[in-house]
Design a protein around this ligand. Structure first.
Ligand SMILES: C[S@@+](CC[C@H](N)C(=O)[O-])C[C@H]1O[C@@H](n2cnc3c(N)ncnc32)[C@H](O)[C@@H]1O
Length: 448
């Protein structure tokens, strides 16, 4: 039986037995079958699994999904979401919790491996163990867990379950049946589910999981820290979401932010505070090293509603000069409001590449102020990219504080910045998407 599976050809629909030896970007295991790489979903490095081949078009690699665990890892757990478990057929598994079958500690060490591997292969940065630590334990500490919340009933810190954190969830509607649910992993098939274990209680209370919603395309559930949870609907064939521009309030510790219901806001209920604090601390370190000038041309690129510019101001004082650049006009309006207590803050609606192109044509005194400045950037998943990175290098700010949600994009941009003479002086990572393969990183670069 095993021998038959082991030698089965790699073609869609075939089942093969695989030994999973590593983890790849995207949260999939890496195995080999007759010399060819196979990316295996729902497995853990160290396991032997039987997997269904789902895609074998490429010569260099194939894709497969675990259907049975033959030798389980000690880190395998019952999936946190019954509807995403491997007891279901691959096409019936809910997507969005692809690490939900792994212990939280191992999830974090796998994320650390992905970061270290990306930094080594694309960024030219090798992770080294410090002191008596071996590399594995040094790596294990790179990805920091989110802080515990205090349970309002017991006044004790909540257990670290990695559940109940998403304040934003998008559900989809099956165009034929009207059923509402998440997409299946790697497909656009709507999977009806009984609950959303990664989402907050507020999101779960309003989630229309048992309803049929014909004529609706997407259902966005939003649970702001300062307002009641709400649902934004996109009707079939329309691009606007109902209520998307309604103002809502978010709290980051004791600081209030105005945001649009449909605008960008960090997803984990702890994430705004985690990233605010990390950027504030990075800027405080630059100040302590005499490398930060409050009156220089400081920038918060991809600035959203101004969360990270506010973090810079918390470290550098309310007299800091800083401009946010954001393509969404409504988010820029919110940033202007959120930063209104800072006399030196400006909020621009612009694409970052276009804004930087304008700055590069500015007068010599303006260019000099920008050269003495610090750039914070928090781009979408694709990263700054070669174009914006080249513009940053030409602008040549003293420091770059880069917040990244994709480790490979960060690593690629790290190489460009290092090649241009920037030194990577700090790197942290935060597990603010538990039970998924995602995590956030913060890298600090200093001009030599
Ligand atoms: C990851 S979010 C970060 C927002 C903000 N820093 C925060 O933490 O709330 C990225 C933001 O970049 C904006 N954006 C995406 N592409 C852009 C571009 N080319 N130029 C300017 N802003 C862009 C999005 O609208 C979004 O608000």
């Amino acid at each position: 039986m095993t021998a038959l599976h082991s030698s089965a050809p790699l073609e869609p629909g075939a089942e093969v037995d695989l030994v999973v030896t590593g983890i790849a970007h995207g949260g999939v295991g890496v195995a080999r079958h007759e010399g060819r790489v196979v990316f295996v979903a729902d497995a853990i490095p160290g396991e032997r699994v039987r997997a269904l081949v789902t895609d074998a078009k490429k010569k260099s690699f194939a894709r497969a999904t675990t259907v049975e665990v033959l030798d389980a890892s000690a880190d395998r757990r019952e999936h946190i979401w019954a509807e995403a478990s491997i007891s279901r057929a691959p096409e019936d598994r809910a997507g969005g919790a692809e690490f939900g079958h792994i212990s939280l500690e191992r999830q974090r060490s796998l994320k650390a491996e992905v970061l270290a591997d990306a930094m080594s292969r694309f960024g030219g940065v090798e992770f080294a163990a410090e002191g008596d630590d071996d590399l594995a334990s040094a790596l294990a500490e790179i990805v920091e867990p989110p802080p515990s919340f205090i349970d309002e009933e017991t006044d004790e810190p909540e257990a670290d379950t990695g559940l109940g954190y998403r304040t934003r969830v998008r559900l989809h509607v099956d165009p034929e049946t009207g059923a509402v649910g998440p997409y299946a992993a790697r497909s656009r098939r709507v999977i009806p589910v009984e609950s959303l274990p990664l989402a907050t209680e507020g999101v779960n209370q309003i989630a229309p999981l048992a309803d049929l919603m014909p004529g609706v395309e997407t259902v966005d559930l939003v649970d702001p820290s300062g307002d009641d949870p709400r649902m934004l609907l996109t009707l079939s064939g329309e691009s606007q979401r109902s209520g998307a521009s309604d103002p809502i309030h978010e709290w980051v510790e004791d600081r209030g932010f105005l945001v649009r219901a449909g605008g960008f806001w960090q997803v984990h209920r702890a994430a705004p505070a985690v990233l605010f604090t990390a950027v504030r601390d990075a800027v405080s370190d630059l100040i302590a090293d005499g490398r930060f000038e409050p009156g220089a041309g400081n920038l918060d690129l991809y600035g959203g509603a101004g969360l990270l510019a506010a973090a810079v101001a918390e470290a550098a004082g309310t007299g800091v000069k800083i401009a946010t650049v954001e393509s969404d006009a409504a988010a820029t309006e919110d940033a202007a409001e959120n930063l209104s207590s800072l006399v030196g803050a400006l909020a621009h609606t612009a694409r970052v590449d276009r804004h930087l192109a304008d700055l590069l044509k500015a007068s010599a005194p303006v260019r000099d102020r920008l050269r003495r400045g610090t750039v914070v950037l928090d781009p979408p998943r694709s990263g700054a990219g070669n174009g914006v990175t080249a513009q940053l290098v030409e602008l040549s700010p003293m420091n770059i504080v880069y917040v990244a949600c994709d480790p490979v994009s960060l690593a690629r941009d790290t190489r460009s910045l290092r090649d241009a003479g920037y030194e990577l002086t700090g790197l942290r990572a935060f597990d603010i998407f538990p039970h998924t393969h995602h995590f956030e990183s913060l890298a600090v670069f200093q001009r030599a």
